[in-house]
Design a protein around this ligand. Structure first.
Ligand code: GLC
Length: 754
């Protein structure tokens, strides 16, 4: 006994000291915050709650106003957004250092999927299902942004979206709360790095709180109408995941939920976020959303808007100026207690201290580091790999007489390739929406699709180009030239799709077909009898049934970022075996929307297209989407076998170990995303026909078999009941292991017992 006594005592002393030091460090920041707060006038406190857009670029409707510099010098500004480059950041920070209390500014930017090095749009990255790669993408984005003076990114956007008419579907992680939560966590970890205050870390911002992706009709900024139960079950989990990841800030959303604008929603911001979830960071409004409550008809004027927002827990006012113009009076009128102002100010000061900005206001303004980080070749390599991982192979039909072999991958020794389409030589298009425009930087660092293929093929390959047609419009003058080069080619690659700014903010579309005459171009090229690979570039699921039904090979390339050309070439020529799977359902027609896999069964379910009588279906449309959630092909095939459950009955505090074999039965090494779905057969609330509850992305070489293991616990069986209690109810459950939400390979049942 004595022998182990001393070491244990030593360990306790060390741990106590550690805890004391951490507390002391934390306490010292809290003390510093309090000491600054005590010196602040009411006007200076309110200044910290005021964020302006830098005049050089706007990501929303701009308000031209008086000199921001004097306001910064008077301590009336807490933060700027869209300020680019270390020199410009330094110039504003220097003015803040001339103010009475020298409180540093924080600089925010929409670094959504890259700063200079541009990664695939977030929806494309989500199709990689590769959490490590997604974290790395955010990590590199933060490294470059922080080297350029930015210490706060307005990302990750974690809005669940099930309506591809909504342009911002490109910015999130798709339709599923489980996959969306995992990706939200990964992105926060990537942006914030080891800890806030590291020079290569930026504050992340979970947005848009909440349910912005459920806008009625997929029309941006439109109302959202849903039960609290659905809000908790589908739309809140990714936000909770960001809190679990230690996210520094939140941004509330433009929309109202059930008639309450999120900016004024104290249930969201105080009861849930700051109360139940214990969030200690701060909440910023979305661009002008405080003032927009007047448009909502929720308040009568700016005075009421400021009162409503600060009372509901919105700490910082982006661009509306209502805090700056009204909060002093509201405090003097005793409409807003100073304690609410102090709480908001302390939350903001806390983050400025944690970021180390009080110690060194210029720590993110190192022009030398900026040049190094923005030109690190390792960043481009990482971007190329995650871009390859984000590509989804939708079709690769066996060629006639091809002995079951598809057109892809292409041989690098093809004699002649005709590369056709309006996006072949585009540069910036590949960046998608929410790219960062860096002043003075041209687009030549972006690898076009043409360049990517040229880099890939051998000197013996002749590469022919024709634009064929525009993205929009009905001009077919270019068809003849396209047909001409097609006739000379052994294979045609056709790159079509939407323009990069046809999805993104304020880009809702009622028609999500491939625009213009691009599919007609495909038709005339198919008529030449040459094999055609179609690349579809988009920020959303598009409807392209002619292409889907007639092209032998289709690759969904989304918008892949600055290494797009190389990534596409890696996949087309087999240097990377495509592994992406859809993170969102692709509708057969816009008339099917909303359509998603985890739907309730209804009392009159439709199971086939043979019968539309008296069941939940459209009489004039198939019940099936074009492509299912979780769908994506590979150049190889995988066989699932030997499903085993450790037990078929599970107690609430127990678990079931699941194991199965996955064999690569093809000729190519590849990665498979094994998806575990569960169906709760009977619940006090109807339960979805399937719900993703786990997944693993694994590399399996040709001919190899791997054993995959999962664990099922009560958490995976739980849902929000009518009283909003998170419960797992005893009864029968179905276990579905799939290569997609529809392609279920192995099934079994188990029971949760009391
Ligand atoms: C925009 C977007 C938001 C963005 C902010 C700053 O309107 O809604 O996502 O972070 O304004 O650019």
């Amino acid at each position: 006994m004595k022998k182990i006594y001393l070491p244990a005592l030593f360990l306790i002393l060390v741990l106590t000291n550690q805890i004391y030091r951490v507390n002391a460090q934390q306490k010292s920041i809290a003390q510093k915050v309090d000491s600054v707060l005590r010196l602040m006038t009411l006007e200076e406190k309110i200044g910290q709650l005021n964020q302006y857009n830098d005049d050089n670029e706007a990501t929303g409707p701009v308000t031209l106003d008086n000199d921001k510099i004097s306001q910064i010098r008077n301590g009336q500004v807490g933060s700027l957004l869209n300020t680019k480059g270390t020199d410009r950041v330094r110039s504003f920070q220097k003015v803040a250092m001339e103010s009475h209390l020298k409180i540093p500014l924080i600089f925010g930017q929409d670094v959504i999927h890259g700063y200079k090095t541009t990664f695939p749009i977030p929806l494309a990255e989500a199709c990689s299902w590769d959490l490590d790669a997604i974290t790395l993408s955010a990590r590199i984005s933060a490294t470059e942004a922080s080297a350029s003076g930015i210490n706060w990114t307005f990302a990750p956007m974690v809005d669940i979206a099930r309506d591809p008419r909504w342009g911002r579907v490109m910015e999130g992680a798709g339709e599923d709360p489980y996959l969306g939560s995992k990706i939200a966590f990964a992105r926060v970890k990537g942006f914030q790095g080891n800890k806030l205050g590291d020079t290569n870390s930026v504050m992340a911002c979970a947005k848009h709180f909440a349910a912005y992706g459920a806008a009625i009709g997929g029309r941006d900024y439109n109302s959202v109408d849903m039960s609290d139960r659905l809000l908790w079950e589908v739309y809140l989990p990714p936000f909770k995941a960001t809190v679990d990841a230690g996210v520094a800030t939140f941004m509330n959303s433009f929309n109202d939920i059930n008639g309450v604008p999120s900016t004024a929603n104290s249930y969201l911001q105080r009861d849930i976020l700051k109360g139940k979830w214990g969030f200690k960071g701060f909440v910023v409004s979305d661009w002008g959303s405080i003032g927009e409550m007047i448009n909502h008809g929720n308040v009568k004027d700016g005075y009421e808007a400021a009162w409503s927002a600060i009372t509901a827990g919105c700490d910082m006012d982006m661009e509306s100026r209502n805090y700056k113009n009204n909060l002093v009076q509201l405090v003097k009128d005793k409409k807003v207690p100073i304690t609410l102002i102090d709480d908001a100010v302390k939350r903001i000061l806390q983050k400025k201290f944690e970021m180390g900005l009080f110690d060194d206001p210029y720590k993110f303004c190192n022009a030398e580091r900026e040049q190094i980080e923005l030109n690190d070749p390792e960043h481009a390599k990482a971007a190329r790999l995650i871009a390859s991982k984000s590509i989804v192979l939708l079709k690769n039909d066996p060629l006639p007489g091809g002995a079951g072999v598809g057109l892809l991958p292409l041989s690098k020794n093809i004699k002649t390739i005709a590369f056709i389409g309006p996006l072949v030589k585009a540069l910036k298009q590949n960046k998608g929406f929410w790219d960062v425009e860096i002043p003075g930087l041209d687009s030549n660092f972006i690898v076009s699709q043409w360049e990517g293929i040229k880099n890939k093929v051998g000197t013996g390959t002749k590469l022919l180009y024709a634009k064929g047609c525009g993205i929009e419009g009905d001009n077919k003058d270019g068809f003849a030239e396209a047909i001409e080069i097609a006739k000379q080619a052994d294979v045609i690659i056709l790159s079509i799709g939407e323009r990069r700014d046809m999805s993104g903010e304020a880009k809702s579309r009622s028609n999500i077909n491939i625009p213009g005459v691009q599919e007609e171009l495909l038709k005339v090229l198919l008529a030449t009898g040459k094999p055609v690979v179609v690349l579809i570039n988009a920020g959303r699921p598009l409807v392209f049934n002619y292409t889907a039904d007639n092209a032998p090979a289709i690759v969904y390339t989304w918008w892949l970022g600055s290494e797009a050309g190389n990534a596409i070439a890696d996949v087309l020529f087999g240097d990377y075996n495509p592994s992406g799977k859809l993170a969102i359902t692709f509708p057969l027609s816009v008339g099917q929307i909303p359509i998603y896999y985890s739907h309730f069964n209804t009392g009159r379910p439709a199971y086939s297209d043979d019968n539309h009588n008296y069941n939940s279906s459209y009489n004039d449309l198939s019940i099936f989407p074009k492509y299912d959630f979780g769908y994506g092909l590979s150049y190889t095939t995988f066989e699932y076998s030997n499903l085993q459950l450790s037990n078929k009955k599970m107690k609430a505090n127990g678990q079931i170990e699941v194991s199965l074999n996955v064999t690569n039965t093809g000729k190519f090494d590849g990665e498979e995303i094994v998806q575990l779905y569960i169906r709760d057969k009977v619940g006090s609330i109807c339960r979805p026909v399937n719900e993703l509850k786990d997944f693993q992305k694994i590399k399996i070489n040709a001919g190899e078999t791997k054993i995959i293991k999962f664990n099922i616990d009560k958490e995976k069986l739980s849902f929000y009941n009518q009283k909003l209690q998170w419960v797992a109810e005893p009864g029968e459950f179905e276990l579905n292991i799939g290569a997609s939400s529809k392609d279920i390979r192995l099934k079994d049942n188990f029971e949760l017992v009391k």
